[in-house]
Design a protein around this ligand. Structure first.
Ligand code: UDP
Length: 324
């Protein structure tokens, strides 16, 4: 199979690229490397360093069987401060890609959507029927793209799957998280263990949860990558399938801290700060549809995610710690 991975120099895109190559597929990566890293693209994949808005020239006459689309701005706080950047990159960029997909009749598309489209629902677990009410521009732009894709699948024979990720963690196949601006709990906490940061700040411990810290559903990046390959196989012409990807288990920030101290056998210095604007109390997935429609079964637990992220971070992460 010949695949185009848009955003294949980023964290999740580079793991999926490696998995596709391991399975004998041809992979071309389109990435402008604005947040991704050219050296995250493995040997064996061709990197075209160009913007998503120039995807027409990449797809023309190339005979791709599928496009996997990961390229996006994905920082919630930044999306609230600079909404225009998010609408331009995530929505207008994807519009250009969709036009090229239609023009050049690429039969299949898998899109990285997010749990952020759901906002702050009261009822857990979250199913794909839970009303999508994003509470920040990042989630709104991803929902807008999901809607554009639905329209495309009505109007054309495109076979599309949107995968709504919950909290992705871990490392696999030699690739892991290397964000220049890191906001995620596990890499920040691991940096505090290594001493690249002074401490982890817990964003509030007065939440209405059993230990006072927010609850999330963590999913291993290799489980997530496997779901993409299954999604390509499951995609049906003229259908836009939307699936949540999570383990269905909720872990609090304190649970994650305990797992990190257990795996690393080192103390994690923490302090409690104020809540982070826009953080929901609890997000836990129902992935029943991914199980039924994709045949997807997540294999890895939180311990494994932390262990793999730890192995990756202490051996490969470089550069100064980001300011807190
Ligand atoms: N969190 C925290 N301190 C940090 C980073 C994150 O307490 O330095 C908390 C955050 O409030 C949330 C959870 O960890 O409850 C997961 O946050 P992350 O940014 O990893 O993912 P999100 O759920 O926001 O997509």
């Amino acid at each position: 199979m010949k695949t185009l991975v848009v955003g294949g120099a980023g964290y999740i895109g580079s793991v999926v690229t490696r998995l596709l190559l391991d399975q004998g597929n041809e992979v071309v990566v389109l990435d402008n490397c604005s947040t991704g890293h050219a050296d995250s693209v493995p040997e064996g994949a061709q990197l075209i360093q160009r913007d998503i808005t120039e995807s027409d020239g990449v797809l023309a006459g190339a005979g791709f069987d599928a496009v996997l689309h990961f390229a996006a701005r994905s920082l919630v706080g930044e999306s609230v401060e600079h909404p225009s950047k998010y609408w331009h990159t995530n929505v207008i960029g994807t519009r250009a890609l969709l036009d090229a997909i239609t023009e050049h009749q690429v039969p299949k598309l898998v899109f990285s959507s997010t749990a952020a489209v759901y906002g702050e629902p009261d009822v857990m677990p979250i199913t794909e029927e839970t009303p999508a009410r994003p509470t920040n521009t990042y989630g709104a732009t991803k929902l807008a793209v999901d809607m554009m894709i639905t329209g495309e699948c009505v109007a054309t024979p495109l076979a599309a799957v949107s995968l709504r990720y919950f909290n992705v963690a871990g490392a696999a196949l030699g690739a892991g998280e290397r964000h220049t601006v890191e906001t995620h709990l596990i890499p920040i906490a691991l940096d505090a263990v290594i001493g690249r940061r002074d401490k982890l700040t817990i964003y509030g411990d007065d939440w209405p949860t059993p230990d006072g810290t927010p609850i999330r559903d963590y999913v291993h990046v290799l489980d997530l990558a496997r779901a993409h390959v299954l999604a390509i196989e499951a995609a049906q012409p003229g259908e836009h399938l939307i699936c949540n990807l999570g383990n269905g288990d909720g872990y609090s920030v304190r649970d994650v801290i305990a797992a990190i101290e257990q795996v690393t056998e080192l103390p994690l210095p923490v302090t409690v700060g104020p809540r982070r604007a826009g953080d929901p109390r609890s997000l836990v997935a129902s992935a029943d549809r991914a199980r039924d429609r994709l045949g997807w079964r997540p294999e890895f637990d939180l311990q494994t995610m932390v262990r793999d992220a730890w192995d990756f971070r202490r051996t490969t992460a470089t550069g100064p710690a980001a300011a807190e």
